[in-house]
Design a protein around this ligand. Structure first.
Ligand SMILES: Nc1ncnc2c1ncn2[C@@H]1O[C@H](COP(=O)(O)OP(=O)(O)OP(=O)(O)O)[C@@H](O)[C@H]1O
Length: 374
């Protein structure tokens, strides 16, 4: 599919109005007000109160209070709070995301991932705190918007849009858009370009978002749960193509996901968010070694874990399996061997499930983060 742009949508990624240029054919000016790749309108906000973030491992301590925005990081956030009406959703997030990395934003339903991504992409405003994206305050900032792509399955498009129209419009919003790559992706994901967006299945809508997110080659790309409705083959295809293209065209990719084990190998940095607080902020290798499991007869497991940071425990009959923070020390390893207990690794998915299932106010404490620092 080759596209010759000749009409102009007035709304750009992030829902921000750009000055008119030529727009793609098939894009009616009457429908241009709906942002093809951008945001919902910014929501109202109010100030609220909350608690500072906790953290899991040694690498994952909260940034010291008062530490300024990190100018080296592509994304740097300090004390980010977001309220909807009187309800505070994000309770003071502090984190940095380095340039040219793939970062996983992980967490349970309602944790605040989409809210955070909306703020980082400039589509919503923080209630409080400092947010720096590529060195700028992102909210409705045209300069920032021109370098980022927010790919999500529930993107709003003009009513008459077909999938093909989306792809025809995209080059006008993304400087580095690769049309050949987009067309290859369309074939890979079997996207019916002549079908109206409203008629697409959920998986096909995700495919549209994936095609736009990848072919945009935006220096900063956000994928918000990019796999919704996709079958296992398409998901694997997405991970493979993303990694391959990222290696060829390094950029910063932030992906929110529940399917942690599937994506774990791609991730270089992991941010776990729960109930509006950062529970873990670590490079992926540290995260993979942030915990271990100990299993065997419940009495022996209980004896060995006494006084240690147990993140999660499960008991079936006389057997028990616990997830412990950190790595086993020599004493524990020797005692476990002596009592025929099994020590094993904990996958990222299980680790996130373990820390996410704990009451928020105890996670940092049990994981060895001093209460004073939270
Ligand atoms: N515009 C809004 N007005 C009021 N509450 C909102 C609004 N947007 C989000 N919320 C609330 O904020 C909380 C976090 O929502 P968010 O969508 O950010 O979570 P999430 O981590 O992306 O969840 P999921 O994984 O289920 O998509 C939820 O309790 C949600 O109901």
């Amino acid at each position: 599919m080759h596209v010759t742009p000749n009409t102009v949508p007035e709304t750009a990624p992030g829902g921000i109005n750009h000055t008119a240029r030529d727009a793609p054919s098939g894009t009616s000016s009457g429908t241009a007000a709906a942002a093809p790749f951008g945001a919902e309108p910014a929501s109202g906000s109010s100030t609220g109160t909350g608690h500072a973030a906790g953290a899991l491992s040694h690498e994952a301590r909260p940034l010291p209070a008062g530490r300024p925005i990190n100018p080296e990081a592509v994304i740097s956030v300090r004390g980010l709070r977001k309220s909807f009406g009187r309800k505070e959703i994000l309770h003071g997030l502090d984190f940095d995301i380095p340039a040219n990395s793939i970062c996983g934003l992980l967490g349970r339903n309602g944790a605040g991932k989409t809210t955070a991504l909306s703020i980082l992409s400039g589509q919503d405003r923080a209630t409080q705190g400092d947010v720096s994206v590529m060195g700028r305050e992102p909210f409705e900032d045209i300069e920032t918007a021109s370098h980022l792509c927010f790919a999500r399955e529930n993107q709003k498009y003009p009513e008459s849009f077909k999938a093909g129209h989306v792809l025809k419009s995209a080059p006008w919003f993304f400087e580095s858009w690769d049309q050949d790559f987009a067309e290859r992706l369309v074939r890979m994901f079997r996207l019916p370009v002549e079908t109206k967006i409203q008629k697409l299945s959920r998986g096909q809508l995700s495919s549209v978002a994936i095609v736009v997110g990848l072919a945009s080659r935006a220096p900063l790309t956000f994928f918000d749960e990019p796999y919704l409705g996709l079958d296992a083959t398409a998901r694997q295809l997405f991970y493979d193509v993303m990694l391959q293209d990222y290696l060829e065209y390094p950029r910063t990719i932030v992906m929110s996901t529940h399917l942690i084990d599937e994506a774990a190998d791609l991730l270089e940095k992991v941010l776990v968010i729960d109930d509006g607080r950062i529970l873990m902020d670590a490079d992926a290798d540290s995260a993979r070694s942030a915990a271990f499991s100990l299993s065997g007869p419940a009495a022996a497991v209980g004896q060995l874990t006494e006084g240690r940071s147990v993140l999660h425990s499960r008991r079936i009959g006389g057997l028990s399996s616990v997830t412990l923070a950190g790595q086993p020390d020599a004493g524990l390893a020797a005692a476990a061997a002596e009592q025929h207990l099994e020590i094993g690794p904990v996958g990222l998915q299980d680790l996130v499930a373990a820390i996410g299932s704990r009451p928020t106010d105890t996670v940092g404490e049990t994981a060895g983060t001093p209460k004073e620092s939270r």
